[in-house]
Design a binder for this molecule. Structure first.
Ligand code: ARG
Length: 275
């Protein structure tokens, strides 16, 4: 049963502009946000997920985006591990210890990269496992930095886990999880306009089938989907996205995340899947 860590949106708000989706004038309807978040959790449960909760903290308005604070994984011979993020925005960086402690208390080995000089690393926003958890795709350019990815890659290579860096170039796709999603072991969904030419070539080298989102789909966070139980959970669908998902054997499932999109996040952003 897949385990997924989430954080209830008790204190969710939009108070500044950390990415171009955000407007400091946006008004969040917290009751509606709560309903949408609960719906996302129940759809994940219906698809066989075991939901785990990290308690929200007053004043940490983005903590609901539970994908970013740490990177987690497991490697045979090394066990389960957690890599704390260093978040670019100070208010988000204060979220990190709550997640690190949550995993440390469950016997995940903490790999602390001590990133002070190397910029930033933003967890599963930018670091995505492939479908078989054998390789990590690492986005940088807006939030995570190249130097931090280099340090992260060195730590992963000690466990024999390869990391493929990918340069992000569209500010609306500021995290890799907004423009790349592994659909299965052979197929990936990407928005090509969000990746540098070299990074796009590297994606082509690693996947048998590449499915393309257009700019409008990507900017409406349709690439921020959750693949679980042969379903693709996303905030909305277009006919072309619907049909390519079905071609790959996935059933599209829509969960409205309009309140969270005011903050630049959708379905995948609110989760950390862990072993
Ligand atoms: N407002 C949040 C931020 O800018 C949204 C984070 C979305 N998370 C994600 N994994 N893309 O940090």
């Amino acid at each position: 049963m897949p385990n997924v860590l989430v954080c209830p949106p008790d204190y969710f708000d939009v108070v500044d502009q950390k990415n171009p989706h955000m407007s400091p004038r946006a008004q969040v309807d917290r009751a509606k946000a709560r309903t949408q978040w609960e719906k996302l959790c129940s759809v994940m449960q219906q698809n066989g997920c075991q939901i785990h909760i990290v308690d929200p903290v007053p004043g940490l308005e983005d903590m609901v985006f539970a994908a970013n604070q740490v990177f987690v994984g497991e490697k045979a011979g090394y066990g389960k591990f957690v890599v704390p993020s260093r978040m670019r925005h100070p208010s988000r960086d204060r979220e990190v210890p709550y997640f690190t402690q949550w995993f440390a208390a469950r016997n995940f080995r903490v790999i602390d990269l001590a990133l002070t000089q190397d910029g930033y690393l933003e967890g599963h926003g930018d670091l995505l496992w492939d479908y078989e958890c054998s390789r990590i795709y690492a986005g940088y350019g807006f939030r995570s930095t190249r130097a931090a990815i280099v340090k992260f890659s060195a730590a992963m290579s000690e466990m024999g886990i390869p990391v493929t860096p990918l340069e992000l170039i569209d500010p609306y796709c500021y995290h890799l999880d907004t423009c790349l999603c592994a659909l299965n072991a052979e197929a990936v969904l990407i928005f090509a306009g969000a990746l540098s030419a070299e990074s796009l070539a590297s994606v082509h080298n690693h996947w048998k089938r590449i499915h393309l989102l257009d700019a409008d789909e990507a900017h409406h966070l349709m690439g921020n989907g959750i693949v679980v139980n042969a379903h693709y959970i996303a905030p909305r669908m277009t006919p072309q996205l619907d049909s390519l998902l079905r071609e790959e054997g996935l059933t599209p499932e829509i969960v409205d995340t309009s309140e969270f999109e005011k903050s630049g996040g959708s379905c995948f952003c609110m989760t950390t899947f862990f072993p």
